[in-house]
Design a protein around this ligand. Sequence first.
Ligand code: GSH
Length: 205
Amino acid sequence: MLPILYSFRRCPYAIRARMALHYAGVQVEMREVLLKDKPPSMLAASSKGTVPVLIFPDGQVLDESYDVMRWALEQSDPEHWWVDELKTEVEQLIQWNDGEFKSHLDHYKYFERFPEHPMEYYRSQAEEFLMALEQRLSIEKYLLGKTISVADVAIFPFIRQFAFTDKNWFDLSPYSNLQSWLTNFLDSDLFVSVMTKHPVWSEPL
Ligand SMILES: N[C@@H](CCC(=O)N[C@@H](CS)C(=O)NCC(=O)O)C(=O)O
């Protein structure tokens, strides 16, 4: 019996969880869902109604992507993505990403829904985070040093989403280190493998 992962292919939270699970060599039963039509068994396990949700054969549930990542790395972490001494810094960065930056990103991506300001306004608010990442990446190859850490993987799917909102703008932006960092992840075998398409799972009758 494998753990079950409810996921949505393009969701940045689900992408970070799938990347950590794949990296750790954890096999799961993948259940691709439609966010508009969530399976009752997923909602029974986690009433929050967000993906990813990981359910273990003993019934234990993880319904926060960062918890899924941490659990995966506890199983296996061959390249040391987890460094105990960096925990606070990692969590501060992820909190900034998942909180303020994600909100600016959503406003930028769906600016038509927020007519109070033009799209450029939301984008420039999001850029505060980009600048902080660019600054870090101008010193070291990865966000927290010379090697990849859990922070890079947790944040990458959101920068991908930002970049593809207007790829032309992003490619011409001054964030050259961030551009290379993003390309590196987009081209990685790890990312490509977790983006395999799965048919939508439907609840057996
Ligand atoms: N804090 C959660 C957030 C997960 C989340 O918001 N996922 C989105 C999809 S990207 C979702 O499921 N939204 C519910 C919906 O759209 O109905 C986590 O880290 O796992």
